[in-house]
Ligand binder design. Structure first.
Ligand code: KIV
Length: 256
């Protein structure tokens, strides 16, 4: 089983970190057997498996349930679970809920925010729970932010993001996600931090990359982010298989 220290070490060794999301046992097991470094039970499950419009609907109960399922399938990768919206409003709540995710099988937890989240981040790391930060576009604040917009385009925003990255590092996190950060700013943050940056739509210069697996394999055909080039078309494969089965059944074809 890879540890948070192994992930941190990747940056020192100059080895890129590969990571994707999983929400259930088969996907966790398939991703793990494929050799990924890090598997995230992301609160993106709110959209891609629970059918909500954004991640703010996800509860701790949802996260515990899906983390347990994924954990049953993961033997090698570091398993990280998201603390959902409103589950870390205070340092005490952050720690209590991080413990619930660890009890469900997570090897680390992730929360969104930079300088303003330092007390919550420290409550978690001081208790010995490995923490991954998440800065840039924060999906749990999508309504306040008015959409999924690029962060760090202006010099002022780039500096603020750098301060967020440093706060995450100083709070003891082992890595930080950079979401929809302008590539030149992501590069700058990556150069400045000792901990690895794991980018999503933030350019190629991060220390690793993460994507929502359903976007990568074409399993959520109703929305395809522009920054992802799918490497498979699983939704089409399902539709074709089911159409074939319907036709066969109506023809009175094989039942077994
Ligand atoms: O919830 C999620 O899937 C995430 C990643 C995309 C970083 O936070």
């Amino acid at each position: 089983m890879l540890t948070s220290d192994d992930i941190r070490q990747r940056k020192r060794d100059g080895r890129k970190i590969s990571s994707l999301t999983a929400y259930d046992y088969p996907m966790g097991r398939l991703l793990d057997e494929s050799g990924l470094d890090l598997i995230l039970v992301g609160d993106s499950l709110g959209m891609v498996v629970l059918g909500h419009p954004d991640t703010t609907f996800v509860t701790m109960e949802d996260m515990v349930h899906h983390t347990r399922a994924v954990a049953r399938g993961v033997q090698r990768a570091l398993l990280v679970a998201d603390l959902p919206a409103r589950s870390y409003l205070t340092p005490g709540a952050a720690l209590a809920n991080a413990r619930r995710l660890v009890d469900a099988g997570a090897g680390a937890v992730k929360l969104e925010g930079g300088t303003g989240m330092r007390p919550q981040m420290e409550a978690i790391t001081n208790a010995g729970i490995p923490l991954m930060g998440h800065i840039g576009m924060l999906p749990q604040s999508v309504r306040e932010e008015g959409g999924y917009k690029v962060k760090g385009r202006s010099e002022a925003e780039a500096r603020a993001l750098l301060q967020d990255g440093l706060a995450v590092q100083e709070a003891g996190a082992f890595a930080v996600v950079l979401e929809i950060v302008a590539p030149e700013t992501a590069h700058r943050i990556t150069q400045a931090l000792e901990i690895p940056t794991v980018g999503i739509a933030s350019g190629a210069d991060c220390d690793g990359q993460i994507l929502v697996t359903y976007d990568l394999i074409g399993l959520f055909p109703w929305f395809q982010p522009k920054f992802v080039t799918p490497k498979a078309q699983i939704a089409s494969a399902i539709r074709d298989a089911v159409a074939g089965y319907i036709e066969e059944t109506r023809r009175g074809g094989p039942a077994a």
